[in-house]
Design a protein around this ligand. Sequence first.
Ligand code: AMP
Ligand code: MG
Length: 342
Amino acid sequence: MNGVLPVPATAAAIAAAAARLRDGELVVFPTETVYGLGADATSERAIAAIFAAKGRPRFNPLIVHVADIDAAGAIAEVDDRARLLAARFWPGPLTLVLPRRSDAMISRLVSAGLDTIAVRAPNHPVAQALLRAAALPVAAPSANLSGQLSPTRAEHVAAGALAWRVAMILDGGPCPVGVESTVIDMRGPTAALLRPGGVPAEAIAAVVGTLAGTAMAKGAAPPSPGMLSRHYAPSRPLRLNATAAGPGEALLAFGPDAPADAAFNLSPRGDLREAAANLFAMLHRLDRPGVAAIAVMAVPEAGLGRAINDRLRRAAASGDDDDFDRGPAAPCILPDLEDGPS
Ligand code: AMP
Ligand code: MG
């Protein structure tokens, strides 16, 4: 038995997917960051289906995808600072947390009961075409079960449990950025970095000044409810700052000084952009029988390296210090892929 198979994202397929979204169904589509599990953000029922399909805790709000700043302005209060950031980085991998407009026709579940809304205009041509064809704001978390590795290829989605729970999977090839969007909280006097991602924090700070951090006191309400300590995780243990593979481990290397027996190298030339694009696909490939643990070499904590290290730290977290409900335990959905990442 098979789940839904990916279809090439032709104009006809995008039109069909837009119609499915308008009918309240779930559609997987490519963005420049990762593949998204999309649903009509104005439909409480469609949004409830996203949470159910992913096993996502309902306190973790969703990012609403729009085609452009005008569409964002219809659902959120866009002030001058937000406008400046959108002008510089949209469409692109930047999410802004803004006050919800009181007349926003957006499901309450999307915001997890908060009076804010997270919005982003993706720059992937398929995502843009889909948003314009559907003419809807589309809520779209990553198209994986809650807590697991994000999909950066349609095959990752097709191989997992979500393929049984969606109406369509649009295949637009590998995601060029490969890590999720940077999330910036725009409510306070100082913009705050909630999650490092595809736009380097340094580039955002260059526009709006120094960003406030998000040190999260244990037991305190998280500034961003989705910041669970364990997330983005393969089913095997991950060991960080490795210099060599231990017994049974597969080494995920970075840079030109990698040991010869490394399983994969995120970027042999030490390029963070290339490493981000490879990160999830290589973790997917190493999360397989015969690998006891994945050892990862250090990645510099700057630019896109912040997003890479954030994902690696959460993937490696034991979850013991996690005060929050992570939702139901999800079955392993990762296949034993034989072919190499291309
Ligand atoms: P994901 O969809 O899993 O890539 O994660 C979306 C991220 O955006 C999570 O960390 C959420 O907690 C965060 N987020 C979404 N909406 C809001 C919001 N209204 N306020 C704060 N954080 C948000
Ligand atoms: Mg996710």
